[in-house]
Ligand binder design. Sequence first.
Ligand code: NAG
Ligand code: NAG
Ligand code: NAG
Length: 243
Amino acid sequence: MVSVTTVVLAALAVVASAAPACKPLAYTLPQAGEGDELAAPAANLVLKKIAIGHGIQNYSCETTASNFSATGALAVLYDATPLYPKTKKTGINQREWDSLPTNLLRNQPLPLNKLAGSTYGADPTKPFPDPADLDLQGLPRSKFLGHHFFDNKGVPVFDLGTAGLKAVVKKVDGIAAPRSADAGITGSGAVQWLQLDDNLSGQSRGIKMVYRVITAGGAAQACSVAGVGVQSVPYATFYWFYG
Ligand SMILES: *[C@@H]1O[C@H](CO)[C@@H](O)[C@H](O)[C@H]1NC(C)=O
Ligand SMILES: *[C@@H]1O[C@H](CO)[C@@H](O)[C@H](O)[C@H]1NC(C)=O
Ligand SMILES: *[C@@H]1O[C@H](CO)[C@@H](O)[C@H](O)[C@H]1NC(C)=O
């Protein structure tokens, strides 16, 4: 017969091994590795979420001879934090992690309500379908986290409604995506990596800095190629949120 003491000791041993014996996981913002890098997050900030986003970048061309101008973006955000490599039980390997944006871009339909008659355009009256989790083949599901859009003043917003977080931001810095980045479905290139800070309008909740890294697709096509009017270019990326 097993004594009560043995059972208790065994139970304690299980608890001890389940307790965080090692240091908390260190989240390291990716670097582009080709020269200029984005500044590191301020030392007093902590990582709140890593999202994987999928949507469109919008541009407009006045004439076929002009330069395009960026007019906004729409994306659905999923919580990728539990998939971060070395996360206990749910972490995926580094290679799978680094290729998440390209996997998402190329293996999932755009999670936007389509604008009739367009290839990648979104319905302006109701761009987002009902919230749904992300189910990429062979990987754990990622929970729906919220939306990225531009408000009626043209200001970029990240509404991480399910986490009670929100970021209303301004662009602080941008660097070219690495040469090896996924040029996207249209082949127009990967959008820049960005540092975005709270725009100090008092509308952000729990977020002070946002980084866009490991971008896939989303760059504009030259106006001469795209023609006149709005282009919507599919992209996927990581967004790292600090607060
Ligand atoms: C496009 O932008 C570049 C760099 O800012 C500028 O030199 C060029 O004149 C612009 N071209 C047109 C057609 O506006
Ligand atoms: C982006 O373009 C789509 C059309 O593809 C439109 O529905 C949406 O309102 C635009 N959004 C922004 C922020 O420019
Ligand atoms: C910040 O965003 C708010 C909301 O759109 C806007 O009213 C304000 O002008 C923005 N401020 C800056 C500095 O971008």
